[in-house]
Write a protein that binds this ligand. Structure first.
Ligand SMILES: *[C@@H]1O[C@H](CO)[C@@H](O)[C@H](O)[C@H]1NC(C)=O
Ligand SMILES: *[C@@H]1O[C@H](CO)[C@@H](O)[C@H](O)[C@H]1NC(C)=O
Ligand SMILES: *[C@@H]1O[C@H](CO)[C@@H](O)[C@H](O)[C@H]1NC(C)=O
Ligand SMILES: *[C@@H]1O[C@H](CO)[C@@H](O)[C@H](O)[C@H]1NC(C)=O
Ligand SMILES: *[C@@H]1O[C@H](CO)[C@@H](O)[C@H](O)[C@H]1NC(C)=O
Ligand SMILES: *[C@@H]1O[C@H](CO)[C@@H](O)[C@H](O)[C@H]1NC(C)=O
Ligand SMILES: *[C@@H]1O[C@H](CO)[C@@H](O)[C@H](O)[C@H]1NC(C)=O
Ligand SMILES: *[C@@H]1O[C@H](CO)[C@@H](O)[C@H](O)[C@H]1NC(C)=O
Ligand SMILES: *[C@@H]1O[C@H](CO)[C@@H](O)[C@H](O)[C@H]1NC(C)=O
Length: 428
């Protein structure tokens, strides 16, 4: 008996050691992209400054108790086929389990030069396997998109406005042009097309956020214009004045509030030149017309560092912030990276203590906004009357149908280590 008990102890101790030793803590990173799939937030790639990009896929499992000081990170066994940054990812509306990873920049494994990855990969979150997706249309292997934000509608189309188109075969310091096209990737036919937008087409921009509302509008907020000026975020909105920024994040609440966090207000073509944007948190109410900004009065308790190039997802009423570059009131060129997770309650506008364990109820989908869509099939003709211009940095775009997605982060480029490459690439 005693032997048995000793054995149990031994087992326990071994488990403890095993768990302690094997607790995976990812390196801080930025320029990753994230997607919420069920109870997991997946983070794809990013730059860890160690010195190169990572192909890691890591996730946070939100279904268990969530202790933000010691979050349960898991490293997915299969990394992205290439190490990459500045891509955009979104969850398939068709099966709710496939993630499309689009665009980005990759690193040649042998000479560490920046190259384009395949334009589209798909990740099966059930099997953790990757597939390369061969697409047709006007993009091919020599061209990629970066610093854009993709949203997917119920119809199986992924909509990507703007971003920067990089032609890697043109090895000049100015390759990469800011777009104001609406590119559409049809995930059923695997073809690309570009909508023929005529009126009120917003100016080219990168590092904005895109949020799909349940009324079929995509709201584009902020970003950097091609002349490297942050785009005014207060045109055609009412309410508080919000500092223009890029590399911020946006999530949508069930009741139609878009919560933005962080970003850089530096008017700079250098991705790692960052400056805090005030306020850290602002709320755009999309239930009123015109849309209205407000700056909530948030207690400083548990408040995070200011960040840009981070990821944000919303799960139930909690906004979860991870990774990113820490911004400050001074222009910085290579500020430190964030290793913390921050939790924000979007109901009462309070940061949640990261040293108390937060129980996020595991059942039922978070924003639950998808339940009531069927009757709302909106037949607005895409591209013409369906295009609603809300502001020069907030544009609305109508779809046939709506589906609220919370793929909102803006991943922005950073350069740091690749000094030689930086001069070539930080302009993206
Ligand atoms: C970065 O590149 C070096 C040199 O090729 C390589 O040895 C190292 O494994 C890479 N590091 C990462 C994090 O990929
Ligand atoms: C995907 O999720 C949405 C919203 O939760 C749901 O309406 C839809 O039926 C799901 N589709 C599938 C194939 O599970
Ligand atoms: C991509 O398109 C360009 C221009 O049409 C063409 O020159 C190039 O061969 C294509 N590359 C591939 C891999 O198809
Ligand atoms: C990329 O650049 C190459 C070299 O200038 C050019 O031949 C090719 O057409 C470009 N590809 C696209 C899709 O613009
Ligand atoms: C759409 O969102 C609004 C909040 O903006 C909410 O009041 C409404 O119930 C939602 N409608 C549907 C069909 O989900
Ligand atoms: C960025 O440029 C805009 C437009 O010129 C200007 O209003 C704003 O103050 C600039 N921001 C910073 C941080 O320099
Ligand atoms: C913000 O909240 C604090 C604490 O509740 C309060 O003292 C302060 O007056 C509030 N400020 C504003 C502008 O409402
Ligand atoms: C949580 O952290 C805050 C600030 O670091 C500290 O003041 C507080 O005492 C901590 N609370 C607990 C329960 O450890
Ligand atoms: C959260 O994790 C930290 C680190 O393991 C631990 O010290 C702390 O007690 C945990 N908090 C709770 C409430 O479990």
């Amino acid at each position: 008996m005693k032997v048995f008990i000793n054995f149990l102890y031994l087992l326990l101790i071994q488990n403890f050691i095993f768990i302690s030793v094997c607790q995976f803590v990812p390196d801080p990173r930025y320029e990753q992209t994230s997607t919420l799939v069920d109870n997991k937030i997946y983070f794809f790639g990013g730059s860890t400054r160690k010195p190169n990009y990572t192909n890691e896929v890591v996730y946070l499992d939100l279904s268990t108790l969530f202790n933000a000081t010691w979050p349960l990170w898991v490293k997915n066994p299969m990394g992205i086929p290439s190490k990459e940054i500045l891509a955009s990812s979104c969850l398939s509306s068709i099966d709710n389990s496939t993630v499309f990873l689009i665009g980005g920049l990759s690193l040649d494994q042998t000479n560490q030069k920046i190259i384009n990855p395949l334009l589209v990969y798909s990740f099966n979150s059930k099997t953790s396997q990757w597939n390369t997706v061969k697409t047709t249309g006007f993009y091919n292997y020599s061209v990629t998109l970066i610093r854009m934000n993709a949203v997917m509608n119920d119809d199986g189309n992924i909509y990507i406005f703007g971003g920067i188109q990089v032609n890697y075969t043109v090895k000049s310091t100015t390759h990469g042009s800011y777009l104001n096209k609406m590119n559409v990737f049809n995930t059923k036919t695997l073809t690309w097309s570009s909508l023929n937008l005529i009126t009120n087409v917003p100016t080219p921009r990168a590092s904005y956020t895109a949020t799909l509302l349940n009324n079929s509008l995509i709201i584009y907020i902020g970003g950097l214009s091609k002349n490297k000026i942050n785009i005014n975020m207060n045109e055609q909105t009412i309410g508080d004045t919000i500092t223009a920024r890029n590399a911020h994040s946006a999530v949508l609440t069930q009741d139609g509030r878009i919560i933005i966090f962080g970003g850089s207000s530096a008017n700079s073509s250098t991705r790692t030149t960052t400056l805090r944007a005030y306020p850290d948190v602002a709320v755009l109410n999309t239930n009123v017309s015109p849309y209205k900004w407000s700056i909530p009065n948030i207690s400083s308790a548990n408040s995070p560092q200011s960040l840009c190039y981070h990821s944000a997802e919303i799960y139930k009423n909690i906004m979860i912030i991870a990774f990113g570059i820490i911004t400050s009131d001074q222009l910085q060129t290579s500020a430190p990276l964030n290793k913390n997770i921050y939790l924000f309650n979007v109901q009462n506008y309070a940061w949640i203590s990261s040293n108390t364990s937060t129980s996020i109820p595991p059942t039922s989908k978070e924003t639950g906004s998808n339940n009531q869509s069927n009757d709302m099939t909106i037949g607005i003709s895409v591209g013409i009357s369906g295009f609603i211009f809300i502001l020069s940095l907030i544009i609305g775009f109508s779809y046939y149908r709506h589906r609220k997605l919370k793929k909102n982060i803006i991943e922005i480029p950073g350069t740091d280590y690749y000094l030689t490459e930086i001069s070539n690439n930080e302009k993206f």
